[in-house]
Design a protein around this ligand. Structure first.
Ligand SMILES: Cc1ncc(COP(=O)(O)O)c(C=O)c1O
Length: 420
């Protein structure tokens, strides 16, 4: 284990330093994980394409002029030099610890189910298999609802509550639907879910348990998105689709904040991330820029490797063609339901992050994903979702192609837990 990870919150090598994890967790949980403070320095929303600005005090989906995603902008100059990394030490180990760079300013608006800081696990046997001494897994399966979707929906529902919204609608590949359903239930907000008929049973059942209005459609997430878009005005719903709602990405960026903190504020060399709608990559890329602007990290960025399935790889195709936007993927199919996203509204943002970070986009087969799920469990004891396992399948290709060097620190994102 490197010197950074020894002194930071939950980052451990399985079987090696469990004590370190327990100790650091205790330190951070001296307060419980419920956030009691919010110091949000949100200033405005800004179009990611044309730069037009919007107030954050009223509900807004995308840019009225160009229809592209809006991004939250904070008073970074004010925070630089005044908000220090040491402040974090006395705050609970949850994503709410970064409250200055989150969009909620009144703590009573926070809707939380205990979004714990997820562990950064240093692999022993998996990394060794590929000749890499530093392969880490950021294990998002520990979050409420068992996936990283909790981060984005905790933020979106909290913001919706602060804006007085009572009806939220979402097109989903599955895990976002589960997350919206439970956070909305906790907030006393009604959730309207639209997802494919063959969405995993876990997601369908959990949405029903949470009392959401669920519609299963004969089609994919993009078809579900069209239904929400057509009906939302008539029904009085607010659309919380990926990147058509400005705050889910704010929750996702905390994956990058945690990673920076867990690595002692020196980012790893490579991040391998399973990509559907792309909020994870877009969020972390944005989060790193904010950390640099307030002086917490330097210019160095990890190379972002976006992983998709060979059955649905619009970002990979665009990347290989050198395009700045992706074309919709036809006949999308894959065992990794979260990667079955034929078209992403934030495609240009994902591609920009990959390109600017000197990263790459890579497709892996369903067989390789299944094999990787087994490999992760047999080598590290980690039970993962297919999307998380896809990063291991990608790692294998990247090492074979010489795109990752043995001295590099590599982080795989396991975005969710195993579901039968
Ligand atoms: C487990 C899992 N991993 C990855 C993804 C893709 O995430 P993103 O939208 O950030 O690209 C999803 C999306 O549904 C998912 O459920």
């Amino acid at each position: 284990m490197n010197s950074f990870s020894k002194r930071v919150s939950p980052s451990i090598a399985p079987g090696e330093s469990t004590k370190t994890e327990i100790k650091t967790l205790k330190k951070h949980s001296s307060k419980n994980t419920h956030p009691t403070e919010a110091h949000g320095k949100l200033e405005r929303l800004e179009c990611s394409k044309c730069g037009e600005t919007y107030p954050h005090t009223v509900p807004q989906n995308v840019c009225n002029t160009c229809g592209k995603p809006l991004l939250a902008r904070y008073a970074l100059e004010q925070l630089s030099g005044t908000w220090t990394r040491d402040t974090l030490l006395s705050r609970p180990a949850s994503l709410w610890r970064y409250s200055e760079l989150l969009p909620i300013s009144d703590p009573t608006d926070i809707v939380t189910l205990g979004e714990t800081m997820t562990p950064l696990l240093r692999t022993k046997r998996l990394g060794a298999k590929f000749g890499l001494p530093e392969v880490w897994v950021k294990d998002e399966s520990r979050l409420p609802t068992g996936s990283f979707k909790a981060r984005g929906l905790a933020m979106a529902v909290s913001k919706a509550k602060s804006l007085g919204l009572t009806q939220l609608a979402i097109p989903s590949a599955g895990n976002a639907a589960t997350a919206l359903s439970v956070y909305a239930a906790a907030a006393g907000i009604t959730a309207h879910i639209f997802m494919p008929q063959d969405t995993p049973a876990f997601n369908k059942e959990t949405c029903h348990l949470a009392g959401a209005n669920v519609t299963l459609i004969d089609g994919l997430i993009n078809d579900a998105g069209r239904i929400v878009a057509e009906r939302k005005a008539r029904e009085g719903w607010f659309d919380v689709s990926t990147l058509k709602e400005p705050y889910r990405v704010e929750g996702k960026k905390t994956m990058g904040f945690e990673l920076a903190e867990q690595f002692g504020w020196e980012l790893p060399d490579v991040i391998i991330y399973p990509t559907g709608g792309g909020t994870g990559i877009v969020g972390m890329w944005k989060g790193f820029a904010e950390l640099e602007a307030i002086g917490w990290i330097d210019k160095k960025r990890p190379r972002f490797i976006s992983v998709q399935s060979t059955g649905c790889a619009p970002i990979v195709k665009a990347w290989e063609e050198g395009a700045t936007e992706a074309t919709p993927w036809q006949d999308a199919h894959t065992v990794a339901s979260g990667l079955r996203v034929p078209q992403a509204i934030g495609d240009f943002l994902i591609l920009e992050a990959i390109r600017k970070s000197n990263g790459a986009a890579i497709a892996v087969s369903d067989d390789a994903i299944r094999e990787a799920m087994q490999l992760l469990t047999t080598t590290e004891g980690l039970l993962t979702c297919p999307e998380g396992a896809a990063t291991v399948a990608a790692l294998k290709q990247l090492v074979a192609n010489g795109m990752i060097q043995p001295a590099e620190r590599v982080v795989l994102f396991n975005t969710g837990g195993y579901q039968s």
